[in-house]
Unconditional design. Structure first.
Length: 332
């Protein structure tokens, strides 16, 4: 297939592009290489992708509508995986404009491109953060997402709503996929597991938010990539399955991408301690503004659709990350 991936130099985009290239697909990757975190890390990921002859990279911003339209016109993708976004829950409190530009305006431009140059399937990255203040767990895709805790969550929820309207009006098959705390090698340096690993190895104290009372449904990157690859061929234009979120008026579906196995934060820290062979210096902190106390995915719909759910345990995933960090980052 001809697949266009936005945010291809990002953590998830890089892994997905590498897997799809290995599977024999032709990939056009778009990325602005924003400076939200280390651009050098993004360039290192990109250099690995550019070794493949069937990979083309476009250094551009999805906020640039004419450039995005030209990319669609020339490449003619069959599948689009929209991963480009301004990420980070806490960054949205201090830099809200970044989220409006990338997550709302950029997504609008992408929807317009899919309208002008029809695709077989648009897969839209969303987040577990859209569940916000909803206390009912595990999170069902049908649950209310009308109480976001941050502009980041609100911007991703807005992307889902815009996508549904375009899917309805222009019959574009779309799947919005809500990611649950993705981690692994080549990950984002602003994520807690990355920060904890760096500080524990350096003998520096780590901040334990919410006094260690939080939990997260962690998803190992390889599991997420497998999920995305399976979903590419499950277009939301067929017969609904039990518990489906298939829209009654559009070829549109929302799916959780999480394993349904939340882990307490302190247990997560202990796994990093085991993998590094060092004991963390812990500093207990209150819950930061905008943070959820826990996340917990229902994976029932995902399993019905693709016969799979994220399953790599933390006891395997964290050592893989720490090994990568020591090899690729600590030695620089």
């Amino acid at each position: 297939m001809r697949v266009l991936i936005t945010g291809c130099a990002g953590f998830i985009g890089f892994h997905l592009a590498r897997r799809m290239l290995a599977d024999g697909h032709v990939i056009c990757g778009i990325d602005s290489l924003s400076a939200y975190y280390d651009v050098g890390l993004k360039r290192r990921r990109l250099a690995l992708l550019q070794k493949a002859e069937s990979f083309e990279f476009l250094h551009q911003d999805i906020a640039d509508k004419p450039a995005l339209d030209e990319a669609f016109k020339r490449f003619a993708p069959e599948i689009v995986v929209h991963l480009a976004a301004q990420a980070g829950v806490r960054h949205s409190i201090t830099h809200p404009q970044d989220y409006v530009s990338a997550n709302i305006c950029g997504t609008f431009n992408l929807l317009e491109a899919c309208r002008a140059f029809p695709v077989r399937h648009l897969m839209l990255a969303s987040t577990s953060s859209v569940y916000g203040a909803n206390p009912d767990m595990p999170y069902q895709e049908t649950a209310s997402v009308m109480q976001p805790l941050t502009l980041y969550a609100a911007s991703k929820g807005a992307g889902e709503l815009m996508a549904h309207s375009y899917s309805h009006l222009f019959k574009i098959p779309m799947t919005a996929i809500r990611f649950f705390t993705v981690y692994g090698p080549w990950g984002r340096p602003d994520m807690a597991y990355y920060i904890f690993t760096r500080q524990i190895l350096a003998g520096q104290p780590i901040d334990i938010n919410n006094n260690g009372q939080s939990s997260r449904d962690f998803t190992y990157i390889d599991d997420l990539v497998e999920t995305l690859c399976r979903l590419t061929v499950v277009t939301p234009d067929g017969v609904a399955v039990d518990g489906d979120t298939l829209s009654p008026v559009a070829p549109y579906r929302v799916v959780n991408a999480g394993g349904g196995q939340p882990m307490p934060l302190l247990d997560f820290v202990r796994e990093i301690e085991k993998a590094t062979g060092k004991t963390a210096i812990r500093q207990m902190r209150p819950l930061p503004a905008g943070d959820a106390t826990g996340t917990f995915a229902s994976s029932a719909l995902l399993q019905r659709l693709v016969g799979y759910k994220p399953q790599t345990p933390i006891s395997i995933g964290i050592p893989r990350f720490v090994d990568w960090y020591r090899r690729e980052i600590e030695t620089i």
